[in-house]
Design a protein around this ligand. Structure first.
Ligand code: UDP
Length: 254
């Protein structure tokens, strides 16, 4: 299909060489995986929605001064991004107990946490992405203490922004995962938000009903995954309801 050079293929995305040096094209697939690849499937239309949701969020983050790798969306499934060196960590911010935190510490899902908690996982499929501390990160040279400070500060800013954004449309941001990269400009390095922010990497619960509007629908075989992702996009005002001319702004909930 494409004559572009493929740089990397992940579980849900493919990276191609970009049109200019220092850029890449990020392609969003419909493939879904869970439990470290043990469960595989396809969610029709997921890639299109995640491309759009991630564009929307990254654009707004750029506007409030959070540096990201995002440049612009190119088409339904592709966006142009800055090439960065990915820090090999999954950075998770949690507001409400769920998933591995509930399992690990025995805190019931849905318990509001006393404050937002940031966790680091080492990106290594063969090891099941183990949780690590700053000690491991600095000792093994995955990031410097300064990198970690920058990542923590950005992660909490992104969390504060997203909690408000989603609450405004009746969604609770339970937790989410971010990846960061190093971007060099004129011999200076800065840490920027990379990868994607979408229902694939967030836990999003309806404020009123606690209905799950995220990848847990796929992970836990709840059905209606594509519809849930569409609902998130619709509430954010970025999906046409009747047709392309039916675009509305965010739908504020009381
Ligand atoms: N997450 C992710 N990719 C991963 C692991 C987790 O995007 O490889 C997201 C997940 O969707 C959730 C948050 O990070 O929003 C915290 O996930 P958790 O540690 O609870 O693990 P899980 O229960 O998903 O295995």
């Amino acid at each position: 299909m494409s004559r572009r050079k493929q740089i990397y293929e992940g579980k849900a995305k493919i990276l191609y060489e970009g049109p200019e040096p220092g850029t890449l094209v990020q392609y969003f697939k419909d493939d879904a995986t869970a439990f470290n690849n043990q469960k595989k499937g396809t969610v029709t239309g997921k890639g299109v929605i995640n491309n759009r949701i991630s564009e929307y969020i990254m654009t707004q983050l750029n506007e409030i001064g959070v540096p990201t790798h995002f440049i612009r969306r190119l088409n339904m499934r592709e966006q142009l991004i800055k090439e960065v060196e990915i820090v090999p960590l999954e950075v998770v911010v949690r507001n409400v107990a769920a998933g591995s935190l509930s399992t690990r510490l025995g805190i019931p899902e849905g318990t509001q946490l006393p404050r937002s908690i940031v966790e680091f996982f080492y990106k290594a499929d063969e090891l099941n992405d183990p949780m690590v501390t700053e000690e491991h990160i600095t000792a093994f040279g995955w990031a410097t203490p300064q990198d970690i400070d920058d990542i923590m500060a950005l992660a909490l800013r992104v969390n504060d922004f997203l909690v408000g954004l989603f609450l405004g449309v009746g969604i609770r941001l339970v937790d989410f995962k971010m990846e960061f990269g190093r971007l060099w400009q004129n011999d200076e390095m800065r840490i920027v938000l990379a990868d994607e922010i979408s229902p694939d990497s967030c836990r999003l619960w309806d404020v009123r009903t606690n209905e799950k509007l995220d990848k847990d629908r796929f992970r836990r075989d709840l059905g209606g995954t594509a519809e849930a992702y569409q609902e998130v996009a619709r509430r954010l005002g970025i999906l046409p309801e009747g047709g392309p001319r039916d675009m509305k702004g965010p739908e504020t909930m009381q």
